[in-house]
Every structure is written in structure tokens, then in C-alpha cells.
Ligand binder design. Sequence first.
Ligand SMILES: Nc1ncnc2c1ncn2[C@@H]1O[C@H](COP(=O)(O)OP(=O)(O)OP(=O)(O)O)[C@@H](O)[C@H]1O
Length: 293
Amino acid sequence: MLSIRSISRSFNGHRALNDVSFDVQNGLMTGFVGANGAGKTTTMRIILGVLTPSSGEVLVDGRPITADDRAQFGYMPEERGLYPKMKVHEQLVYLGRLHGLSSAHASTRAADLLEQLGLGERRDDKLESLSLGNQQRAQIAAALVHEPTALVLDEPFSGLDPMAVETTVEVLRDVARSGAPVLFSSHQLDLVERLCDSLVILAGGEVRAAGTREQIRSAHARPEWVLETDDAGFVRGIRGIEVIEFDGGHVRFTAPTDDDADRVLREAIERGTVRSFAPSIRPLTEIFQEVIR
Ligand SMILES: Nc1ncnc2c1ncn2[C@@H]1O[C@H](COP(=O)(O)OP(=O)(O)OP(=O)(O)O)[C@@H](O)[C@H]1O
């Protein structure tokens, strides 16, 4: 397990991180989200030792992280970092060798990864000749080639088409399944909601929420219902009911008690056709907006 403990970091008197603590559990995909400038990249750089914190520490399985730990991590930095003029497979083998793999092992591993990430046919092309999305896949392969003990990826899905996102997710899930902690940042909340097991929400350099999706949902839960009917406008006039979303025949609302929600249903039945009525799970995107405020 990777633990970030009370990390603070300032740049020229500006506090970019303030007492940040969270865990990245082994075997789980942890999504790291926050608006521009929230401090995600700074945190990741501190985990990898590219930056030092002003205070606080990073732990691996409860003890201070070492250079050897970091050497075994897989890291995809924001600024990327492959050689444009080098062939993709050759470059991955080179990186694998730098991490101590034998030539044969590095070559097989690189070929397998390129195949899994849909780049098998481009393995002998120079990186610069690939599209940006394919270069991104190569960057992901570079972070994985040495079979890392932990993965830290800064925006791994940016610029990938939906198919590439799916193949990449599968590859990252395999790494998590092998027992490694996986931390990835993303601005795509819908994606994070769908694929992460656990979540850390950062705003203004502080952790605003952290835990599994279920823990975050239940900490910010409120009873909500969705009604689909002919014209749901009447719900807006019912005392005690707060309408969250309304569009013609569709309404999502919160009610203080189940009885209040039943009142809405009864009135809808009296007024016409009820196509559906059900409790609703609050989307993480909405919780995110609330906690970063
Ligand atoms: N090297 C630096 N020198 C000065 N300020 C910095 C430096 N690196 C980061 N910052 C500042 O620290 C804050 C956090 O930046 P950081 O890049 O970590 O945020 P982020 O969450 O990764 O944002 P984004 O989603 O835009 O990449 C910002 O205010 C940024 O301007």
C-alpha cells in the first residue's frame, strides 16, 4: 500500500498542497480527481521523488519510501518523455533493460504490451510518426514494461478514443489484479466513476473526499427518486420536495421521507401515465461539484 501522509508543498510562498493524506490500496484502481491547479501533478511528482515535499512523507507498506521502491514504480509523467526518433518496440526494450530486465524478457514483455494496447503493427515505427493517441498508448506501455510494483499515471486517458480507453483500462486492471496499487489522475469524471474502485478528490491543494465509491456516495447520500411521466412539472409545486433535475416528463427530486416521495407518486398516478418511479443513486459527478465548492 502506498500512503501519502500530511504532505504540504509551497512554490514561492504559494501553498500548492496543504496537509494531504490518503492511501492507494494494493489491488485497487484509485482515481485522483480535481480541477486544474488542484495539486494532482505535484502530489504525483512527490510520490515519485521528482519533487520534495515541504513537509510530510510517502510510505510504502507503512515504512518510508526508498529510491529502490521508486525505481520499481511505473510512472507516466504529465510532460511525457519518450524519444521521438526511436522505434517504439526498441525504445520499450531499452527502458526495460534500464530497469534490469534481460534483453529477451524486455523484448517479449514490450511486444506483449504493444499487442494488448493495440500497437502491435506499429512496433517498428518511430514514435514521432504515430498519432497523438497512439503515442499516448506507447507512453502507457513505457510505464508498464518493467512489471512495476506500483503505478502512478498522470492523465493516462487524455487524448485516447473510447476503444483505446477500454483496452487501456483492461491493461491497468491486470496490473491492479496482480496486487499493485494503481493511482491515476483524470479530468473525465464519468470515466473515473465507471472504472475506479477508490477515489481521492482534491481541491485547492486539500483532500476533500477519499474512499471507495460506495463510501463517498454514502457519506454524501441523500434520498432521491426519479419519476418518468407525461408532464412532471407539477412536482415543482409540491411543498417539501426539492427538484434537482427536470425535463418535461422526467424529474429527479429529493424528499424528506419515503411518505413524501409516495405523495408525489400518488399525484402522478392521478394525473396520468407513470412510466417509471424509482429511487436514484446520486452521480459522483454531482458529489464532486459539491465537495470542491
Ligand atoms: N514548479 C512549479 N512552480 C511554481 N508553481 C507550481 C509549480 N508546479 C505547480 N505549481 C502550482 O501548484 C498548484 C498545483 O499545480 P498542479 O500542477 O499540481 O495541479 P493539477 O491538479 O495537476 O492541475 P492540472 O489538472 O491543470 O494538471 C498550481 O497553482 C500550480 O500553479
